[in-house]
Write a protein that binds this ligand. Structure first.
Ligand SMILES: C[S@@+](CC[C@H](N)C(=O)[O-])C[C@H]1O[C@@H](n2cnc3c(N)ncnc32)[C@H](O)[C@@H]1O
Length: 194
């Protein structure tokens, strides 16, 4: 599986549909409003590190993980150029190399929706494990309202509620997920570990 992602990240950057090169407006708005405050943070499926670097620039102590070594190479280079420190790791979100209760914020733009249904509860439990109680998990994923069958899984609100039953959901909104080749219908969901 990592091979497929590595191949994508080895190609031209402008061909990577989700790699827009700027932090998403959803994350920026929450940070600017002070709704998510600097703390130890984890960016899951960090890709080329755009949002991890943005968080580090905004005072977060950031770890970030992606299964693609190629993506992480690009991310480390970008962090160096931005002169920020991010603890980038190559590995799977399903086996996070972090201790229990480590993070006050987990950022997810396009991570949960890469997992087939049989992995989703496992994913949620792993995120829950590494978070501090009261910490925030911010999910952005494709919704079932996005037409077509290509690319990421379409996720319904019910699926989010069911999968993250050991979190308290505080926000669930329809959003537009911007990509290089167009925009897609998605959900943003903010929830706390209870
Ligand atoms: C849609 S991209 C999103 C990347 C990034 N968050 C962004 O917004 O640009 C999905 C990412 O998930 C990564 N990925 C897929 N399976 C993974 C796994 N099991 N563990 C960690 N990362 C994974 C891929 O390498 C890819 O970078």
């Amino acid at each position: 599986m990592a091979d497929w992602w590595d191949e994508v990240y080895s190609g031209p950057r402008e061909e990577i549909p989700w790699d827009i090169g700027v932090p998403s407006e959803q994350l920026v708005e929450l940070i600017e409003k002070g709704e998510i405050k600097p703390c130890p943070a984890l960016d899951v499926c960090c890709g080329t590190g755009t949002e991890a670097i943005y968080l580090a620039k905004n005072g977060f102590e950031v770890s970030a993980i992606d299964i693609s070594g190629e993506a992480v190479k690009i991310a480390e280079k970008k962090a160096g150029e931005a002169k920020v420190k991010v603890d980038f790791r190559v590995g799977s979100v399903l086996e996070l190399p972090f201790q229990d209760n480590s993070f006050g914020f987990v950022n997810d733009r396009g991570c949960f929706h890469v997992f087939a249904p049989e992995y989703r509860k496992w994913f949620a439990d792993e995120i829950h494990r590494v978070m501090k109680r009261g910490g925030i998990y911010l999910l952005r994923c494709f919704s079932e309202k996005e037409p077509g069958g290509w690319g990421p899984c379409r996720i319904s609100k019910q699926e989010i509620v069911r999968t993250f039953s050991n979190f308290k959901i505080s926000l669930m909104e329809d959003i537009v997920l911007r990509g290089r080749k167009g925009s897609h219908r998605g959900y943003m969901c903010s929830m706390r570990k209870i």
